[in-house]
Every structure is written in structure tokens, then in C-alpha cells.
Design a protein around this ligand. Sequence first.
Ligand SMILES: [Zn+2]
Length: 170
Amino acid sequence: MYPVPGLQKRYSMPAAHPLSPEVIEFAMRRALTLAERGPADNENPQVGCVILDAAGTTVSEGWHKGAGTPHAEAMALALLPADVDPHALTAVVTLEPCNHTGRTGPCARALLDHGIGQVAFGLADPGAASSGGGDTLRAAGVPVTGGILADEVRAFLAPWLQRQGGEARG
Ligand SMILES: [Zn+2]
């Protein structure tokens, strides 16, 4: 186990989480930069994902290129090196991993299927159908921390959130 008093204090991070708040926030800013690569006018939100190993080193990255294409998490999972221990990995995602089966399958399920050790996300998914991914992961025993730089993510996604009227899609 790893001591993480700082992160626990700021985000109620599970005690087993090996990464400091600074590392998580740095990865979240990177994920936001990745999210910007996606189309800003799409029906789906711009989302970025960075997967870190236990040392805080980035092992994979992904972003969403628009409706009908893999979600950011799915892209990052697909690009994971073969030689990493998934249980030692932390997925840092700008938006809560989706929980519903849209055109591409739920990311919460994909993260579980890959055995990802921990998840940190920024903004909670506002969609009635797609929200709850964090709870799905938690119920499966994966430590999840939400709200990382949530204000920055919310500001970034403001146009999309406005278009949604609070309803996210797949
Ligand atoms: Zn998803």
C-alpha cells in the first residue's frame, strides 16, 4: 500500500491510491488537452483519458473523436502496452466513464474488463442514461474519485452541456 494523505484530504481518495493530487491533476490537465482534439460541435462531449502506472507515468492516452467512434477510455485501453499490470493502473478521465450501452458499449464495463486498478474523473456525467459509471466501478470494487478539476472540465464542456440541456448521449 502507498501513503497518500494529500490526495485523500483533497478528494477523499481511497487509501490504496498510489498517486499524489499533483500527479492526478497534471494528468487531468493533459486529458483536457487531449479532449480538445475531438470535435467541439459534436452530439457527444469532448473527452480525454490518460492512463497512469503506479509511478504516475503515462502509459496510454485517448480522446473521443465524435459520435460512433470509440470513447476516450476505449481508445486509451486499446492502446495500453501489453506488458503493464492493469491493476496498478489509474485511468484519469475528464468525464465520468459512461454506464450505458450506446453505439460503443459502456466505458465503466470496459475499464472493469481490462482490470484497471483505479479511476479518477473530473465532471460527473450529466446524462440520465449514461450516468452512474462511477458507481458501477465502485460496486465492482474499483476505487473511484470524482470531481478532479471539475470546474475546469465544466467550463471546457460548457457549450456541449448547454446543448444537451443536461442529457448526455452515447
Ligand atoms: Zn464511454
